[in-house]
Design a binder for this molecule. Structure first.
Ligand SMILES: [Zn+2]
Length: 438
């Protein structure tokens, strides 16, 4: 048995629920096929357990759902306590350009239209959403702010708490140990939306182009299911993929542009340096002298940096090669690293001078005064969007609006060239609005 509130707008597998809950089977048979009602994906003919129960492997990470389960729901009643005024307690100020974008978003959300905010990395897109979010909360709307990346959620949580300090908020992700509570504002990973049904009047999808959302029908379904039929969504991104750009062209998605960062300095452009057969060299425990010289120089100047490598397996040999070359003090981090959050925090606290990382730090995290170096930028893991995002780590802070982005490649790569082109294109738009060069 669970509390009635815990079922508002949710879909949970229970053995018993409150009398007013709606109940439906977790797996339904349609013709010869079976479909999971939580994630709407089809089961495979082999997804059967020894006890003859069918189970869904697609949403397994939220707990195994079988044909013996039932999903319990209570339709979302929007039963929130009134919020003390002012709803928006953020004391910052939007620049005139941010203000124009914020008004655009507010107008569209009032019309309940699906929309996209296409803002350069470091444009301050979170704050641009605040006026519209304050309006939505004042309407007693239930709102979710979601991201495919847990890092983004973790960084955002304290900011939203501060900006809307009277609004009760819930933070949900796979490793959350605190119990669920019914809240007007929910901040969660996209995966967690699979536990909701027709709950939200407005869903803000942060970093919509980020892996795995961009390629996952499951997560796209999660957004559609968690949103009320009358609800709408706002996508936030700096690097919309082809599919989103098409929806904009076809006018299925309203768009607000912000091509310039709030400090008015144009984006740093990627500098490409070719290093022949760096991977072979690495297997012998060495890195290119050019790269070593650059990083030694950073260490001497006290310039903090992120060094991106293509794969988890590259982290250790690169760290060892740097150690041997006298570039010391940094640590490695990757997605499954148990100390990931602590390591990122150490970088934020300036207790370490550099991080060697996989693409997990490509977005969402902000360190002031940082330089970025990519080793193996021509590897397929670095998509055009990823490279633009990585370059966008640099020059975000008002006091440090410039910085270097260096990409080392074995050979010229189309993805790197497209990333340079995307940055140049945004900078051309930004220059028209009065943007300054680095
Ligand atoms: Zn499922």
């Amino acid at each position: 048995m669970c509390d009635e509130q815990d079922l508002f707008g949710r879909q949970l597998p229970l053995t018993n629920g409150p009398a007013n809950s709606r109940v439906r089977p977790a797996i339904v048979t349609i013709g010869r096929r079976r479909r999971c009602q939580r994630c709407q994906q089809w089961l495979l003919p082999t997804d059967c357990l020894p006890n003859q129960a069918w189970y869904c492997r697609q949403c397994l990470q939220l707990g195994r759902l079988t044909s013996h389960h039932k999903l319990y729901t209570i339709p979302e009643p929007n039963r929130f306590a009134p919020v003390a005024a002012p709803i928006l307690t953020w004391l910052g100020k939007l620049s005139p350009m941010q203000g124009t974008a914020a008004t655009g978003i507010l107008d569209l959300v009032r019309q309940q239209r699906h929309q996209l905010l296409w803002a350069v990395t470091g444009a301050g897109k979170t704050e641009i959403v605040y006026p519209a979010l304050a309006w939505a909360l004042a309407q007693h709307w239930r709102v979710a702010w979601v991201s495919p990346r847990v890092d983004v959620c973790l960084e955002l949580a304290p900011r939203l708490q501060q900006a809307f300090c009277h609004v009760p908020q819930a933070l949900l992700h796979g490793k959350q140990t605190r119990p669920y509570h019914y809240r007007q504002l929910t901040l969660c990973t996209t995966h967690q939306l699979l536990r909701f049904q027709s709950a939200f009047d407005w869903i803000i999808v942060d970093e919509v182009d980020a892996f795995p959302l961009a390629t996952s029908p499951l997560l796209q379904t999660a957004i559609a299911t968690a949103q009320k039929p009358t609800g709408s969504h706002l996508y936030l991104t700096a690097t919309p993929g082809e599919q989103l750009q098409r929806q904009v062209r076809q006018k299925k998605l309203a768009v607000t542009y912000l091509p310039l960062r709030y400090h008015g300095v144009l984006l740093p452009q990627i500098e490409v340096r070719l290093i022949w057969r760096w991977r072979e060299r690495l297997t012998k425990g060495r890195l290119a002298p050019r790269l070593i010289r650059q990083l030694q120089d950073y260490r001497q100047r006290g310039q903090r940096f992120l060094l991106f490598v293509p794969h988890v397996l590259d982290l250790k040999p690169v760290a060892q090669a740097l150690q041997r070359a006298g570039v010391t003090g940094g640590i490695t981090v990757h997605a499954a690293d148990g100390e990931r959050a602590a390591k990122v925090q150490a970088m934020r606290d300036r207790t370490i001078p550099f991080l060697i990382t996989t693409t997990i730090l490509e977005r969402g995290v902000t360190f002031p005064d940082i330089a970025v170096v990519v080793l193996g930028g021509d590897d397929a893991v670095f998509s055009t969007a990823a490279l633009v995002q990585i370059a966008g780590r640099v020059g975000r802070h008002q006091d440090f609006p410039t910085g270097e982005v260096t990409v080392y490649c074995h050979s010229q790569s189309r993805r790197v060239r497209l990333a340079q082109r995307m940055i140049a294109q945004l900078n051309r738009q930004g220059k028209r609005l009065g943007g300054r060069r680095q």
